[in-house]
Design a protein around this ligand. Structure first.
Ligand code: FAD
Length: 466
């Protein structure tokens, strides 16, 4: 029946296809994959080519009570692409990768419409050919639909086509709150309308050094609230700064210039716990130099040392590479977990400190041998006028005979500290489906889901578990 909708070659149930689509890219996903645990693999993978095919697959799945898991790039870290079979006898994954076209561009309004399965780099390339850009993507394999469903979309989302078992919704701007972070439980995003902008004349990334994390964060807050037009402002804490700089030096001996720089930094008080900040400015030459000068002044007021372009260019070169170190580190008995949260500025310092402490003590309680330590690295990015996101990358010795329990203990400790200190969870839907959410809010989301997906076939067990 599925083959009658999409064609025989677009319904695949070979081992490779099922294994490839079994899991996302969280640390727990990697551990389970390495342990050969494919217990939650889908029964078949379907590759639709357009909205009509998606609608027909969903109608059939609803009629036959087959669970459907939408799959973009499979890079999400919240378990959303893993089929949780529950009461369903069969599960199919809907791989969106063949819906990868840029459909239309309106250069006057600076908007575009693209199919949801297009990857970040492919979309950028297609837009670039028309002198336009969206923004740097979080990960080179993530898709447009996945970024929206995972909640990573920025201000650029205008609306989307949402295919549901009951039909199509042309979801306009008022639907944004429901689409963002919906993780495929309300429908399948088949196309999205997005805001784009002209390719910048200049793209200028600079590095700054602060004496501590709090002064870096304060500079970013002041810049955001003063309306400084920065394309990015990312503060690394002392551990991240030290780790990345040590990593770049591996295999290299310290030159005289490097020693001199270190002495100067020590002498000027940046030697203890220096924190790096990368600021990116994009646009017309004049606007960029104006924004950069404004940020320079704010950064200096907060005690920053302006390091210039070299640090910025270094970051640009390696930004997509560092997350992949996770696999090599895993091979060498080192675990790498990431935890994200966000909070208003007034709570950010306390949240940062509490989450760090919670993670450090969870690592100390779950290490292979007494005294073994981990590294907890924090980064602030992106920032808004009212608050910012914090991302923690945690590196620790793997407890080889209990690595899943170890990872769960670390993220549990972090999430408890996040809740206790007014942070939001990475996996929170805008309607607030997370621990501690009011029953009324959950009931409201369930009512929306019941209206769109009465048989509950869309991504069962994700966000709204029974
Ligand atoms: C190496 C690496 C680096 C990363 N760096 C960052 C980073 O810097 N910042 C950041 O925010 N994230 C980062 N991520 C996380 C990840 O890239 C994002 O979460 C991404 O937006 C997910 O997109 P995807 O297409 O892979 O979605 P998937 O993982 O395929 O899906 C995510 C969720 O959305 C649902 N879904 C997918 N497509 C659709 C659709 N068309 N309609 C409805 N539901 C759908 C899925 O069912 C699932 O629940 C990184 C991941 C990796 C592996």
């Amino acid at each position: 029946m599925l083959a009658a909708i999409v064609g025989e070659d677009r319904v695949r149930s070979g081992d490779y296809e099922r294994a490839y689509h079994a899991r996302g890219r969280s640390y727990l996903d990697l551990l389970r994959l390495r342990a050969g645990d494919l217990s939650e693999a889908p029964d078949a993978v379907v590759y639709p080519r357009g909205t009509e095919e998606v609608l027909a697959v969903l109608a059939l799945a609803s009629e036959r009570e087959i669970a459907v898991v939408p799959f973009g790039g499979g890079t999400g870290a919240t378990g959303g692409v893993t089929a949780q079979r529950g009461r369903f006898g069969a599960v199919i994954t809907l791989d969106m990768s063949d819906m990868d076209r840029l459909i239309a561009v309106d250069p006057v309004s600076q908007t575009a419409v693209a199919q949801a399965g297009i990857s970040g780099p492919a979309l950028e390339k297609a837009l670039e050919a028309k002198g336009l850009t969206l923004e740097p993507q979080s990960c080179e394999f993530s898709t447009l639909g996945g970024s929206i469903a995972q909640g990573d979309a920025g201000d650029w989302l205008i609306g989307a086509k949402l295919a549901t078992p009951r039909g199509l919704i042309e979801a306009g701007p008022r639907w944004k709150g429901l689409l963002l972070g919906s993780q495929g439980v309300l429908g399948v995003i088949t196309e999205a309308s997005i805001r784009v902008r002209q390719l910048p004349e200049v793209s200028d990334h600079r590095a700054y050094l602060f004496r501590d994390f709090a002064s870096g964060a304060a500079a970013v807050r002041e810049a955001m609230q003063a309306g400084v037009q920065a394309a990015m402002l990312r503060v690394s804490d002392a551990e991240t700064t030290r780790f990345l700089s040590a990593f770049r030096q591996v295999g290299k001996s310290k030159t005289l210039t490097m020693r001199l720089i270190q002495h100067t930094l020590d002498w000027r008080g940046y030697g203890e716990r220096p924190c790096n900040l990368i600021a990116g400015f994009e646009g017309k030459t004049k606007t960029v130099s104006f924004a950069r000068a404004a940020f320079d002044a704010i950064a200096k007021k907060h005690g920053a040392l302006v390091r210039g372009r070299v640090g910025g260019d270094q970051w640009k070169k390696t930004r997509f590479a560092t997350p992949y170190l996770r696999d090599s580190l895993l091979d060498r008995g080192v675990g790498v977990e990431t935890i994200e949260t966000a909070a208003p500025w007034s709570r950010l310092d306390a949240l940062y400190a509490a989450v760090r402490t919670a993670i450090e003590s969870a690592i100390a309680q779950h290490v292979p041998r007494q005294g073994a330590k981990g590294v907890v690295m924090g980064e602030l990015d992106p920032a808004y006028t009212d608050g910012a996101r914090l991302r923690f990358t945690v590196i620790f010795p793997r407890l080889l005979d209990g690595d899943v329990a170890q990872a769960q203990a670390i993220s549990q400790a972090a999430h408890e500290a996040i809740l206790a200190n007014g942070g939001t969870h990475q996996d929170v839907h805008p309607l607030g489906v997370a621990a501690g959410t009011s029953e009324l809010a959950v009931a409201a989301l369930r009512a929306v889901k019941a209206a769109l997906d009465p048989k509950g076939v869309l991504n069962p067990g994700t966000l709204l578990s029974d």
